[in-house]
Design a protein around this ligand. Structure first.
Ligand SMILES: [Zn+2]
Length: 91
């Protein structure tokens, strides 16, 4: 789990996601299933906390250590697009 605290971090994550180009399945708004390098899927959750923090969590080991893994980045790039469409929500 990590907190997205600035736009640069988000931009870097999205740039990373574009390089890797994996499959992202939409489960619900804020919940995505992302294919890992071994073909397994990880669930990624993007949430906006009550205090305004943008929290992203992924099931993989990298995310547990606080890294912005490419699963989270891939889910985020989709999430950002959906959030913009909704306008009432943001990442
Ligand atoms: Zn991950």
């Amino acid at each position: 789990m990590f907190i997205l605290d600035n736009e640069n971090q988000l931009e870097r994550a999205i740039a990373k996601a574009k390089k890797v180009r994996t499959q992202v399945k939409f489960i619900a708004f804020g919940i995505y299933s992302v294919r890992g390098t071994k073909g397994n899927f990880y669930t990624v959750k993007c949430e906006r906390m009550a205090n305004g923090e943008k929290q992203v969590s992924c099931e993989c080991l990298g995310a547990e250590k606080g890294l912005v893994c490419f699963h989270a980045a891939s889910a985020l790039s989709l999430h950002v697009g959906l959030a913009r469409q909704r306008q009432t929500e943001s990442v």
